[in-house]
Design a protein around this ligand. Structure first.
Ligand code: 4NP
Length: 156
């Protein structure tokens, strides 16, 4: 069965579309479904920020066709794991959880790399290109660990 993963940030135009594209590029399509969403409704239906598209393209990943959407309660039913980018996203998503099960499937993405440290992927929206490079590196590292976890689960 496919594992369904949802990446969540605030606007769904900078960080979570990158996380979606990076994870998809590392996994074969048969084993996982990846999507992303934002906790805010600022950029519904929009393509990712050009700076995210550019940093992804630099690493041979095309995220230009992804479209912004808002996180909704039904995503708890749709997805097995919900990875949020920062503590504010975490609080927003947990605030919509209906059960302990909903809460348990939600975690900060950097807890994959630094368990229990509750670190943020910093919001690069108001900064320069270096911020996007930094975000890419963080997400690439976290997704490498996630891929290992997912492959272990599938081989069992
Ligand atoms: P993201 O970045 O949450 O990584 O997509 C942001 C994008 C847009 C805004 C804030 C953060 N905004 O305020 O419009």
């Amino acid at each position: 069965m496919k594992t369904k993963i949802l990446m969540v940030c605030l606007g769904n135009i900078c960080r979570s579309p990158l996380a979606e594209g990076i994870l998809r590029s590392k996994m074969s399509g048969e084993t996982v479904t990846v999507d992303s969403a934002g906790t805010a409704d600022y950029h519904i239906g929009e393509a990712p920020d050009p700076r995210s598209v550019a940093i992804a393209r630099k690493h041979n990943i095309d995220i230009s066709n992804q479209l912004g959407r808002k996180f909704q309660v039904s995503d708890f039913d749709e997805f097995d794991h919900i990875y949020v980018m920062d503590n504010s996203n975490y609080n927003n998503v947990i605030g919509m959880a209906r059960s302990a099960e909903d809460e348990q499937k939600t975690d900060l993405i950097l807890n994959l790399a630094y368990p229990g440290e509750n670190m943020d992927v910093p919001d690069p929206y108001y900064g320069g290109p270096q911020g996007f490079e930094n975000v890419f590196k963080m997400l690439d590292h976290a997704c490498d660990i996630l891929v290992k976890k997912l492959k272990n689960n599938h081989s069992r």
